[in-house]
Structure formats: structure tokens, C-alpha cells
Write a protein that binds this ligand. Structure first.
Ligand SMILES: Nc1nc2c(ncn2[C@@H]2O[C@H](COP(=O)(O)OP(=O)(O)O)[C@@H](O)[C@H]2O)c(=O)[nH]1
Ligand SMILES: [Mg+2]
Length: 221
């Protein structure tokens, strides 16, 4: 079932690379709101894409493409969000197929604590089915998927302290980037993508054998 899991789609003849980024996380955490802010700021269109779901249901998921120049290469970032209440794991697996990076949107409200962890475990399971693994969780070299944790809804009054959320995600042992923000106002939404895309571009440039200068190249993302 493994297609191009973890391996970037690179077309050397056309000097074009495609990178798939998925917003994952619990229902109502703010994935769609994040993508909407991103699309607005970067001036790209969001398309509702149909996906054949289970039991003849069609599930729609959001998709937004963003093309960036990188030297004489063209890099297309394809952003996807997990659909609303994806009851079927098959749907989640389909959206994830061929993913290169994850923005994990966690809801900072106390009542979401459990669901934040449950969907993260679900993400790991779905990736594992495709022979992939989240970064920082294994010494595996192939199929490692970079992730950034986005602690959303920091504008609300009653939210878990950031340090508390770090403990729930065991970030002392799991060395991945995290950033707190607010998808409604857009606070740190672009920053989260920037952290992830810098990581991905570093990997890509290693594969292409090119120099990669962080600040300069990703400032627009
Ligand atoms: N207060 C607050 N509400 C948010 C924030 N982000 C999203 N929401 C709200 O949470 C609800 C679910 O957001 P949505 O983006 O649809 O979640 P999704 O299911 O993860 O795609 C909506 O009513 C949003 O307006 C945020 O940062 N702060
Ligand atoms: Mg949504």
C-alpha cells in the first residue's frame, strides 16, 4: 500500500518538486481555520476535493497549492486538511497518503486534552500502515515524517498552560518543534508552516545537493 511515503516527488527534468503537508488533529481543533488564514495571507485558493469515502459516502477535504521558487527549482507545497469528523480510518489514511510533513493542530482547551493525544496516536497508526514514522520517535532513517505541533486557541481564557501541554505530549523526550497560536487571528499560523517547510526544504536540498539558506528562502512561506 506504500506509494511514495516520505519520499519527495522530484522531477529533475522539469526542476520541480512537490511536497505534501497535511493539517492533522482532533475535530474542531482549528485545522480548516488555519488553512483559511494561510490561503488568505499567501493568496492561494482552497479547493474542496472529493474523496471516495467508505459506504459510498463522498468525503470532501480541503486542498491549497502554493508554489515557491528555490533557485531554478520550483517547489509546490500542497496543503491538505483532514475532513471534519472523519469517522473512518480509511478516510484519514487516504488524506495522509504520500504525506511529507504534518502540522498537528492541538486544541488548547482542557476538555480536548485526551482527544489531542488520541488523534496523535491515530496519526502514528495511519503512518505506520504506510511504513512511515513521525520524526523523533524512531531511529528509522527512511519514511520519517517531520511534524510541528501547533497549540491552537490561545486567545481563549480557560486553556491549558503551554508547559502543561508540553508534558502531555512528552516533549522532554520527543524532540519536535511546537508553537502556540491562534488560527482565528492568524497568530503564528504562518510561523508554524515556516518551521515545517524549513525542515522539509533542508531535506529536499540535501537530496538535490543544493545549498539551503534558511532565513532568506523561507521568509515568504
Ligand atoms: N477562539 C478560537 N476559536 C477557534 C480558533 N481556531 C478555530 N476556532 C473555532 O473552532 C471551530 C472549529 O474550527 P475548524 O477550523 O473548523 O476546526 P477543524 O475541525 O479542525 O477544521 C470554529 O468555530 C472556529 O471558528 C482559535 O484560535 N480560537
Ligand atoms: Mg475542518
Amino acid at each position: 500500500m506504500r506509494l511514495n511515503g516520505g519520499v519527495m516527488l522530484i522531477n529533475f527534468a522539469e526542476r520541480e518538486a512537490q511536497i505534501k503537508i497535511v493539517y492533522y488533529g482532533p475535530a474542531l481543533a482549528g485545522k480548516t481555520t488555519s488553512l483559511q488564514y494561510l490561503a488568505k495571507r499567501l493568496n492561494v485558493q482552497i479547493t474542496d476535493m472529493p474523496l471516495a469515502g467508505d459506504k459510498d459516502r463522498t468525503v470532501f477535504f480541503e486542498f491549497a497549492p502554493l508554489t515557491q521558487k528555490f533557485g531554478n527549482w520550483s517547489v509546490k507545497f500542497n496543503f491538505y486538511t483532514l475532513p471534519g469528523q472523519p469517522r473512518f480510518s480509511k478516510t484519514r489514511a487516504l488524506v495522509l497518503r504520500g504525506v511529507h510533513g504534518i502540522v498537528y493542530v492541538a486544541d488548547s482547551q482542557y476538555q480536548a486534552a485526551e482527544e489531542n493525544l488520541r488523534m496523535l496516536a491515530d496519526l502514528q497508526d495511519r503512518l505506520e500502515e504506510d511504513g512511515q514514522v513521525l520524526e523523533g520517535l524512531s531511529s528509522q532513517k527512511e519514511g520519517v515524517v517531520p511534524i510541528v505541533l501547533f497549540y491552537n486557541k490561545r486567545d481563549l481564557q480557560e486553556v491549558m498552560p503551554v508547559e502543561y501541554m508540553d508534558v502531555t505530549f512528552d516533549l522532554r523526550n520527543w524532540k519536535v518543534p511546537r508553537i502556540a497560536g491562534c488560527a482565528l487571528t492568524g497568530e503564528n499560523v504562518l510561523k508554524a508552516v515556516d518551521i515545517l517547510s524549513s525542515n522539509l526544504m533542508r531535506k529536499l536540498s540535501e537530496r538535490l545537493g543544493l545549498e539551503w539558506e534558511d532565513e532568506e528562502q523561507t521568509s515568504k512561506v
